[in-house]
Structures are given as structure tokens and as C-alpha cells.
Design a protein around this ligand. Sequence first.
Ligand SMILES: [Zn+2]
Length: 113
Amino acid sequence: MHELKIAQDLSAIVLEAAEKENLSKVTKVSISFGQLIQIVPDIFEFAFREAVRGTVSQDAELTIEIVPVKMRCNECRTDFEVKHSLFRCSFCGSTDLNILTGKELFVKSIEGE
Ligand SMILES: [Zn+2]
């Protein structure tokens, strides 16, 4: 259930940004998660709703974007997308890999008025 903690952290970021921009109402929030964060979007949305209840963000439309996991093989330098959590180079089979994307966790954009 790490969704709860993440939702609290991200809602705090949203509220801080809304305050800085002098928004009286946040209409849209877009959030990016890397697949490695292993967020369950429904649980996250529920937790986020709880976290922003009674704030200027409470009616915001929430968009969650999941960023696929991409890795680079240190043996053959191939970049590939990880599927089915198989952490092995799809070209040479090496497990000596660098993570390129998949650990993202940030508020991508906020809209309001
Ligand atoms: Zn390889």
C-alpha cells in the first residue's frame, strides 16, 4: 500500500504548485509513474482523492501515465523494453543492465484557474 504515501506526497506538490500559481481551483492533474514503481492506478486515485479532499484540488481530473521500463544492456549496448518483468537482455541474454526509464514518479502537469 505504498500508494497512500505517494498520493500524500504528490498531492502536497500539487497544492504547493497551485498556491504558487494563485489557482483557486485545480482542474487537471497529470502524473507519471514508471512501471517499476508498481503503482495500482485505482488505489492511487482513491488515495489521491482522500489526500486532496477539501482542498482546491478536490475536483481535479486525474490522469495517470505509466512509463514503460527500458533498459540498456552493458554487454551488447542494446536498448530494449522490459516485458513480463523479465530482466534479461532480449538480444544477448545478459543480466548486466542499466535502467533507462521506469522509475519515474512525478507530477507532469497541473491545470487550473
Ligand atoms: Zn545484450
